[in-house]
Structures are given as C-alpha cells and as structure tokens.
Design a protein around this ligand. Sequence first.
Ligand SMILES: [Zn+2]
Length: 264
Amino acid sequence: MLEYDTLLVKDIDNWGNLYSITQFLENVELKLSDNGFDRANSRLVFSVCPDDVNRLEELETIENALTGKYNGEFHLGGLGAYPMGGVSGLTAASHHPPDEQNGGDRKEGNLILFVSPHMGIMDDAGSAVYGKIIRPGQEKVTSSCGAMMGFIAALKEAGSPEEFFIAPDENRIDPTRVVLHNELIQNYADDLERILAIDDYNNQTLELFKLNHDVVAKKTKEIIDTFLKKEHFEGNIALISGITINIPERDLFLMKDFTFPKVD
Ligand SMILES: [Zn+2]
C-alpha cells in the first residue's frame, strides 16, 4: 500500500498544507468559529468539478465531510472547478444563508466558499500515478480530473499553447470546455509552456493541478471583488481553496489558502 501522504508532502515542495479529512475539518471549524461562522448562520458555496468521485457515498470525501458539518451547498463550478456560475451565481447564493441572529436583531448570514479542483492518485504495482484513479465498481483506469487531463493530453498533441485549437461551439452545447480552455490558453500560456517542458510525468501532472487551482482561485476572487462592489452584502465571506486529492477509498486535501475576503 502506497503512503500517499508522505509521497505528496515530498512532491508538493511546500505548496500548501496536506490534511486528512479529520485534520481538515478541525482546522476549518476552528478558524470559521473564531470568525463567527457556524452552521446556523452560514451557507456553503462550492466551486468544484461536477465529477461524481468527489461525492460518492462509498467514498470518504472532503465535500461530503464539509456538507455534513455545514449543510447543503450552492454550486458555482463547472468542469475543472471553474466558477462558471460567476457573479450572478454568487449574488444568488448571497440571498440564501440563514440570518445571523443577535437577540432580536437579524442581518444577512455568511458565505463559506470552497474552491477546489481535484487530482486522483492510483497505485500501479507500488508506484504512484498522478491524475488517474480506479473508480468504485470499475476495474479500468480513468482520469481525475478528466477535464484537466484531457486538456493536457490535447496540449501535448498540439505541441504548444499557440498551436492549441479550441473547437468553436456556436450552439453553446459545450460551454465549460470553451471557457476553461480559453482562460488557460489566453491567460496562462507561459505557465503551460513551463508545464509542457517538464519531463517527469507525475511532476508535470502535479504542476498542472497547481495551475488549475491558481486559475480557479484567482477567478473566484475576481468574482467576489466584483460582487462586493456591486451588491450591498451584510454578511461575511470565508474562502477556502486547495486541491482535493482522490486516493483509494478517501480524499486528502491540499489546502493552499484560507482567507476572509469580507469579515466585520
Ligand atoms: Zn474533474
């Protein structure tokens, strides 16, 4: 059995902190309650990938653990955890948290944003393979995250970001792919060149998911900034971001940031 924790801690090279689900919940609950966020006055907002591996019942997942603690979540995320719901989605979510009650006074409750792409790791005869998993009920190997692993495969085929062809989608039947690919190719070409030049497969895959995190976290912050300028929101906002690591039977969480974009 691979020691996934030890392996990752070595490979991430101080990028974020690696937590088990229990450690993650302890950290989150402590920091949230210190800042006045609890289940009774807050609503979760997720920007995560639609991939079912992140919330299957037979797996111990980070998302299910958070939902168990803080109730159901509003979703902003498309493939690759890209925050497709945008400012409109966040504005809608901001109308939903249970009120903060102080004696007889009521004001709008808080939002807890959780932004996380996901990366699988599988054990191939004692060696770790990043970006791959064997899903419950299957024997075959599939990608996790499929959207990002599909993107890097196509990028390798193209040879460079300049040569990457984004197939048009006039009828908007594949909107997330177009938005995600345009974001990556137009705004992160230098990072993609750097990633393409990495020879080691696992290292390259890990760098891809660090970039995936940075892209979706940065976009979410832009959405929050615009929302706060546009709307008069009385509640507070917490933002947790990182990479969900899908390993056999459970998740780990590689936390990159835990901030409070708005706290009174
Ligand atoms: Zn995915």
